[in-house]
Design a protein around this ligand. Structure first.
Ligand code: ATP
Ligand code: ZN
Length: 284
């Protein structure tokens, strides 16, 4: 019994998807030019597809699971189950208009022509906003549509906004925040679910590790309580005596988001020689 996963053949999600499998300890030779490859140390077959096709293939059972952007999942609207957010491929689907336009809310779009590759999501947004507009579905280079007189506005994926800027456009209205997700066929067998659970456990350990750092520091014993109070740790920090009298070494785990805040406070509390190192896996 093997689980078949569909990932993007090439493009923005390909490398991060391969990296995630690798960090899960799954050995997959990079077969970019092939249709599929097999993991040597985990019951997994990897298929390489165009990202747009992945929801359909997972619904049909051509693949059991897949990695694809939420933007594609919600646009395609297939009967599949979203299992886990993966934390990469982050972008947003946004409405953009000409830099000279005064956008004053969704009303601006009334009666306008909007070019997009996401007609389903745009239509849903317009309905929610009670706005009637013409949706022009085009398949690529959406950002040039206003410049050539094909549309008054566009709705496209944005991460930095530089493509919009280069085309004289500005982002005015995000309609969906997106990241890569793991999806599965809705009718997997018990044996397939068991493999998925194993994979999911590894993915969650990798995700936790990415969000946390291991921190080591030296603390004067007379301020140890204060310093320990600043460190959450997995259970509680490890404290070891240093060779130098009156000092201890403290080890703990801190969350990436609270990281700089904690470092500041640790320094104020007299911590020295602070080392921060990445964590490879985290199992709690
Ligand atoms: P394919 O040949 O597989 O159809 P594609 O050209 O449709 O590829 P990519 O541009 O590689 O797709 O984007 C794949 C996914 O990466 C998007 O659907 C989206 O989820 C994510 N992504 C992240 N940032 C961006 C961005 N700035 N622009 C476009 N997609 C992004
Ligand atoms: Zn695509």
């Amino acid at each position: 019994m093997k689980l078949r996963i569909g990932i993007q053949k090439s493009g923005r999600l390909h490398e991060d998807s391969m990296k995630l499998l690798k960090e899960c300890g799954i050995d997959v030779s990079n077969g970019v030019n092939k249709l599929k490859t097999e993991a040597s140390n985990f019951p997994l077959e990897v298929f390489f597809f165009r990202d747009d096709d992945i929801p359909q293939y997972v619904e049909d059972g051509v693949a059991d699971i897949g990695i694809v952007g939420e933007n594609v999942v919600y646009e395609k609207n297939k009967k599949i189950t979203v299992v886990e957010k993966l934390g990469f491929g982050k972008c947003r689907l946004s409405v953009a208009v000409s830099r000279n336009d005064d956008y004053d809310g969704p009303r601006f779009l009334e009666g306008k022509r909007i070019a997009t590759t996401y007609p389903v999501l745009v239509d849903r947004f317009l309905k929610e906003q009670n706005v009637t507009a013409e949706i022009h579905e085009i398949s690529g280079s959406v950002e040039i549509a206003p410049g050539i007189g094909l549309a008054d506005a566009i709705c496209d994926l944005v991460s930095s906004g530089s493509t919009l800027f280069m085309n004289g456009l500005k982002e005015v209205q995000p309609i969906l925040q997106s990241q890569a997700v793991l999806i599965r066929n809705s009718g997997l067998s018990d044996a397939q679910m068991a493999i998925l659970q194993k994979l999911l456990f590894r993915i969650q350990s990798v995700k936790k590790a990415r969000n946390n750092k291991y921190i080591l520091l030296n603390a004067p014993n007379d301020r140890l309580d204060e310093i320990i109070g600043l460190l959450p740790g997995m259970k509680s920090p490890t404290v070891l005596p240093l060779a130098e009298k009156g000092w201890s070494s403290v080890h703990s785990v801190v969350n990436e988001n609270e990281f700089w805040d904690i470092i500041e406070k640790l320094k104020e509390a007299g911590a020295q020689g602070i080392l921060v190192v990445p964590i490879e896996k985290m199992i709690i």
